[in-house]
Design a protein around this ligand. Structure first.
Ligand SMILES: C[S@@+](CC[C@H](N)C(=O)[O-])C[C@H]1O[C@@H](n2cnc3c(N)ncnc32)[C@H](O)[C@@H]1O
Length: 316
């Protein structure tokens, strides 16, 4: 660890020591002090990956393709400001997004013509990726509870050329009652304690964090996932994800969903990256459902943030 940077909260590093496998611990701890490259996605509603690459190369950038996501690229961190001054950025042909975040829409695998819900959607990075994967065909409902974030979401979707979205300013926990069994696919990128966004380069990144906050957040996540489950059609797919490490916000939420719903089946999904860890099947002396091992935790490294993801199917 670099002695000149502020240390992460002790309770958080103790949590990481329990969650992360010993062999990966050093890499994970180093990632909190890393200056990561800027990563972004070609918005295929407005361009193609090849066209965007050519446009950026012409403007003097050298974007590096990401092997597991044909639309994704990386540039050195120093290029971020210049990237945000390009026509491609402000005309919505690219979207700056952490690589880990791009995994959730890929796991959801939405198809053109389907009816899809993004239940906690602002600022809209994943919603615009979902629309692009749907070829801008079908129906995409996006829900956000916080007013300024809702308007930012709408502005981002407009800028990205998303034509299939209907936006709702509301508490996502009410969606189950309002729209039972309506959606083919639902993304719940849950509000979380954002532990994977902590960086020792900015101590404010953990300014609001505490173990009590994690418990409070987990309560909200339980309400949201219950609503998502009610709103999902039989045969439909839910992707639950967070940018947190705490099992309270991740494996335990999925475990509770499985325990309460016999029709919930985990679908194993493994992207072609190697910084992955299987979901934990016990936490602090409590055994969790063994299928939770088929959920995944992305371990942060010098390129991407941490993430947790579960793909769950509702039996017909
Ligand atoms: C992790 S962020 C979503 C990020 C988004 N999916 C993206 O990729 O741009 C979670 C969002 O949920 C919103 N939120 C918090 N409580 C909510 C609730 N009860 N219902 C719906 N959205 C909520 C937060 O304001 C926040 O914008």
């Amino acid at each position: 660890m670099s002695p000149s940077l502020p240390e992460l909260p002790e309770e958080f590093t103790a949590l990481l020591a329990q969650v992360v496998p010993v062999a990966r611990h050093k890499q994970v701890m180093a990632s909190f002090a890393a200056v990561k490259p800027v990563t972004f996605r070609a918005n295929t509603i407005k361009t193609s990956a090849a066209q965007l690459r050519a446009e950026l190369e012409q403007a003097g950038f050298a974007p590096r393709p990401i092997s597991w996501c044909p639309e994704a690229f990386a540039l050195a961190h120093e290029a971020k400001r210049a990237l945000t001054e390009t026509p491609a950025f402000y005309e919505g042909r690219l979207y700056i997004q952490n690589l880990a975040s791009m995994l959730a829409p890929l796991a959801l695998d939405p198809q053109p013509g389907e009816t899809v819900l993004d239940l906690a959607a602002a600022p809209g990075g994943k919603a615009s990726q979902i629309a692009a994967l749907m070829g801008n065909e079908g129906r995409l409902s996006v829900v956000e509870a916080i007013k300024p974030r809702f308007f930012r979401l709408k502005a981002n979707l407009d800028q990205q050329g998303v034509a299939i979205a209907r936006a709702f300013l509301m508490d996502g926990r009410l969606v189950g009652r309002k729209c039972p069994q309506m959606f083919d696919r639902i993304l719940l990128d849950a509000p979380c304690s954002s532990e994977a966004r902590f960086t020792r380069l900015d101590p404010q990144s953990w300014g609001h964090w505490s173990p009590r906050k994690v418990k409070e957040t987990a309560r909200k996540q339980k309400g949201l996932i219950a609503a998502a489950w009610t709103a999902l059609k039989p045969g439909g797919t839910l992707v639950y994800c967070t940018c947190s490490f705490s099992p309270e916000e991740n494996e335990k939420i999925v475990h509770n969903l499985l325990r309460r719903n016999e029709d919930a089946v985990i679908v194993p999904w493994t992207p072609a990256i190697d910084n992955l860890q299987a979901g934990l099947t016990s936490w602090q002396g409590k055994e969790l459902r063994p299928e939770v091992a088929n959920t995944l935790r992305v371990l942060p490294d010098g390129m991407m943030d941490g993430f947790y993801l579960a793909k769950i199917r509702k039996a017909d």
